[in-house]
Design a protein around this ligand. Structure first.
Ligand code: NAD
Ligand code: IPM
Ligand code: MN
Length: 363
């Protein structure tokens, strides 16, 4: 099969891990006889430095003409003081909006070999298998106005939490559909004791659930959910929530796997192309040091193979190679236990690639 993939490495460790995903996909192409054509675009601070804007029309066009988009991460201290419209993060938000990527799927699963890497006890995290479905193109991230204002002579600020019913409906419905292929449980997370938007969200969840009699729905307030996620994460199957809550809870959920550097994501729309990116950021504290964990990015590439290209076996083989590399004891610093040797980003990528290709030989 021939596929066009737009690669937007972005900033900081985004560049380091994106290179890894491309190498792994090249190995997949070699092993399974696919042709992946990669086209590169700039996004975030790297694009600001070159074009004065975090996302150009040409890059959006490149993404729209591709079969899928792979993105590293954006942001960094260099651009933190820039005005709102030229922040790196604005480029990512614009891309999500322009591609209409309304749902962001963030799976969290248990890795036996990383049980000691999580600060949580093994019996708490063992067999966790949770899918966070995060609304991605609405809520506080996109509401207008979002600005500094003067209010009766006082410096003040306003951000707007705005949703149309249809925007809530489509992502909640998707969560139910995904639950049908899993343990058939949806937990809808909101702040319905305070926010009107959450009360509407809850009503819609109830409405959608009537069409899915085989799926159980429960509701949870977001503060309690944040606590339950580390106290009893096994109770969750599919979690569906609005944009900001999903952002925060998924970073928390990543700790169940052992590290933020392990969590991939797929952002999907009604018709594609879809975007695949790790949930982590550009990690300025370790950028440029060849220390970043490339597995979240590599696992995002595996999600791309499965979700965008229907390449189930190829995706499973990448995931198997990742597991074998972890089982063999290779660890970047974020997932290393006390006393374990640290592998670099490039060593980790090379190992996954080698195992992926070796597995062909022994099949
Ligand atoms: P971050 O996710 O970049 O890093 C948080 C912590 O996790 C850091 O200590 C970092 O070293 C560590 N970490 C993250 N990914 C890792 C990996 N793959 N391997 C090992 N360790 C890893 O969050 P932050 O520091 O709050 O934000 C830094 C910048 O990244 C900000 O500009 C922010 O806006 C941006 N950001 C971008 C994205 C994205 O592009 N999708 C996501 C989150 C944050
Ligand atoms: C993420 C990031 C982004 C978000 C930022 C960089 C805009 O934190 O992808 O989780 O909040 O969505
Ligand atoms: Mn985030």
């Amino acid at each position: 099969m021939k596929k066009r993939i737009a690669v937007l490495p972005g900033d900081g460790i985004g560049k380091e891990v994106a290179r890894g995903a491309v190498e792994i996909l090249q190995a997949v192409g070699e092993r399974f006889g696919h042709q992946f054509d990669f086209s590169y675009g700039k996004i975030g601070g790297t694009a600001i430095d070159e074009y004065g804007t975090p996302l150009t029309d040409e890059t959006i066009q490149l993404c729209k003409e591709s079969d899928a988009v792979l993105l590293g991460a954006v942001g960094g201290p260099k651009w933190d003081k820039a005005p709102a419209h030229v922040r790196p993060e604005k480029g990512l938000l614009k891309l999500r909006k322009d591609l209409n990527l309304y749902a962001n799927l963030r799976p969290t699963s248990y890795y036996e070999s990383l049980a000691d890497s999580s600060p949580l006890r093994k019996e708490v995290i063992q067999d966790v298998d949770m899918l966070i479905v995060r609304e991605l193109t609405g809520g506080l991230y996109f509401g207008k106005p979002s600005e500094r204002v003067q209010d009766n002579g006082q410096d003040a600020v306003v951000d707007t939490l705005y949703y149309q019913k249809a925007e809530m409906y489509r992502v909640i419905k998707l969560a139910f559909e995904l639950a049908q292929g899993r343990k058939k449980r949806v937990t809808s997370i909101d702040k319905a004791n305070v926010l009107e938007s959450s009360r509407m969200w809850r009503e819609i969840a109830e409405e959608v659930s009537k069409d899915f009699p085989d799926v159980t729905l429960d509701h949870m307030l977001v503060d309690n959910a944040a606590m339950q996620m580390v106290k009893n994460p096994k109770r969750f199957d599919v979690v569906v929530t609005e944009n900001m809550f999903g952002d925060i809870l998924s970073d928390e959920a990543s700790v169940l796997t052992g590290s933020l550097g392990m969590l991939p994501s797929a952002s999907i729309s009604e018709k594609g192309p879809y975007l695949f990116e790790p949930i982590h950021g550009s990690a300025p504290d370790i950028a440029g040091k060849n220390m970043a964990n490339p597995l979240a990015m590599i696992l995002s590439a595996a999600m791309m193979l499965r979700v965008s290209f229907g390449m189930e076996e190829e995706a499973a083989e990448v995931e198997r190679a990742v597991n074998q590399v972890l089982d063999a004891g290779f660890r970047t610093g974020d997932i290393a236990s006390f006393g374990q040797t640290h592998s670099s980003t490039t060593e980790m990528i090379d190992e996954v690639k080698a195992v992926l290709l070796e597995n062909e030989a022994i099949m």
